[in-house]
Design a binder for this molecule. Structure first.
Ligand code: 6PG
Length: 475
């Protein structure tokens, strides 16, 4: 039997679909799963791709089935399972082999594993993969953390299976160590903000304009033909159009209002804090998922603070819809700006030189946050690779100037009506703060010096460590 070109461990939904994708691209794949049933199920359902697979039932069998040097992808849950899998696989690997962690691992773990495995004869690669089950099957966006030499060896197969944007594969080298997983984490941070902002706009459309979910499905489908064109807007329209077979109601009316989270959104927010970068839209999106989970507590608080009776609205329905569309545009830009700010800061902090333009380019297809708008971001970084903030790119500034007044108007109505809009309002708050020539932080400096002699700088003199002539009670 001819040997496989590549191995894949972990045949859950993502792993099985990735295996089928690799096979579909003409590669022979040796597959292994901890529980053999899933290996058998993949082979049984592989149809015409059946001969492209070598089912293996031990790591010894798996490694023997692959041509050396062996690339082996692990698509398994992040955390301890990855360390356990690495320990189990290590004895079977030799010179030039590749162990590729394609799960949603924390980039700190990937950095650690990269160091721990530096002296082994094989190469460890951390790889971010986005696109859900469909993406894994037909072309995900792939963010690789590896040395340029290691990347060059696995690049052909990764580019073959990646999504294509105008024929260009959505796969690129992000940098060494955990760079690939870092970029994937921020992808998910932006994903969280984008999803939360869409949910907020939905609530505004429902409560201020009284639009039914069915009507909103049409609104979102229409928006998907304009500047908001994106996978998340498209699927929101699709989800809104689905009717629950049991109750006959729109499915969204019967889905419980508690959102799950596996950790990548939170990691983005934590990392933003650690790097000292404001990412308040992402932060608020994570908090909103947490509040959504506190269902019982919300019921109690809701009794004490019942909803405002009559939300403010627009005179014309179309005016309100236009305001919401533009509010979403401004929010989306803010979510990307925050994500790219964290990427920029992480790139400096970890010395990775992340290719920001390439990141925008490989997110244009395959991944969950793919959107038309990423073309503009890629161009912005092409024009100025040293761009300090997306808000400074002329094309983005033009869009923000047009869209922000609508966001303000929409938020004002929502906030006065008690409609929760935490991600959109937090993102706008940071944007507003970041465009101030003089913030109110002088008040904080005065307070800090008053109670703790922390010192301040003056606007009219050089130097630092000045103190105020505080009255009694001041330090
Ligand atoms: C992707 C997704 C994928 C997964 C998220 C969901 O890019 O394909 O982001 O990675 O759907 O991890 O995360 P939550 O369970 O935290 O929403």
């Amino acid at each position: 039997m001819t040997q496989a070109d590549i191995g894949l461990i972990g045949l859950g939904v993502m792993g099985a679909n990735l295996a089928l994708n690799i096979a579909d691209n003409g590669y022979k794949v040796a597959v292994f799963n901890r529980t053999p049933d899933q290996t058998d199920a993949l082979i049984k359902n592989a149809a015409h791709l059946r001969d492209q697979f070598i089912p293996c039932y031990s790591l010894e069998e798996l490694t023997a089935a692959i041509k050396a040097p062996r690339p082996i992808i692990m698509m398994i849950p992040a955390g301890d399972p990855v360390d356990q899998q690495i320990a189990a696989l290590t004895p079977w690997l030799g010179e030039g082999d590749f162990m590729i962690d394609a799960g949603n691992s924390s980039f700190h773990d990937t950095n650690r594993r990269y160091q721990e495995l530096a002296d082994t004869p094989f190469t460890f690669v951390g790889m971010g993969v986005s696109g859900g089950a469909e993406g894994a099957r037909h072309g995900p966006s792939i963010m690789v953390g590896a040395s340029p030499e290691a990347y060059a060896r696995i690049e052909p197969i990764l580019k073959a299976i990646a999504a294509k944007h105008n024929g260009e594969p959505c796969c690129a080298l992000m940098g060494p160590e955990g760079a690939g997983h870092f970029v994937k984490t921020l992808h998910n941070g932006i994903e969280y903000a984008d999803m939360q902002m869409i949910a907020e706009i939905h609530e505004v459309l429902s409560k201020t304009l009284g639009l039914s979910i069915k009507e909103q499905a049409e609104v979102f489908a229409k928006w998907n033909e304009g500047p908001l064109a994106s996978y998340l807007v498209e699927i929101t329209a699709n989800v809104m159009g689905v009717v629950d077979e049991e109750s006959g109601k729109p499915i969204l009316d019967v889905i419980l209002d508690t959102a799950g989270q596996k950790g990548t959104g939170r990691w983005s927010a934590v990392e933003a804090h650690m790097l000292g970068v404001p990412a308040t839209g992402i932060d608020a999106a994570v908090a909103a998922r947490c509040i959504s989970s506190q269902r019982a507590l919300r019921q109690e608080i809701a009794k004490v603070y019942p909803a405002t009776d009559k939300p403010l609205t627009w005179e014309e329905k179309q005016t309100g819809i236009k305001a919401c569309e533009n509010a979403m545009i401004a929010g989306k830009i803010a979510a990307y700006a925050e994500g790219f700010d964290v990427l920029t800061a992480g790139s400096k902090e970890y010395g990775w030189s992340l290719p920001l333009g390439d990141i925008a380019r490989i997110w244009r297809e395959g991944c969950i946050i793919r959107s038309r708008f990423l073309d503009e971001i890629a161009s912005a970084y092409d024009e100025n690779p040293e761009l300090k903030s997306l808000y400074l790119a002329p094309s983005i500034a033009a869009r923000m100037k047009e869209a922000v007044p609508y966001l303000r108007e929409m938020l004002a109505k929502a906030i006065l009506s008690g409609i929760p809009v935490p991600a959109l309002s937090s993102a706008l708050g940071s944007f507003d703060l970041s465009r101030q020539k003089r913030t109110a932080a002088y008040v904080i400096q005065g307070q800090r010096d008053f109670f703790g002699q922390h010192g301040f700088e003056r606007t009219d003199k050089e130097g630092s460590g000045f103190h105020g002539p505080w009255p009694a009670g001041g330090a």
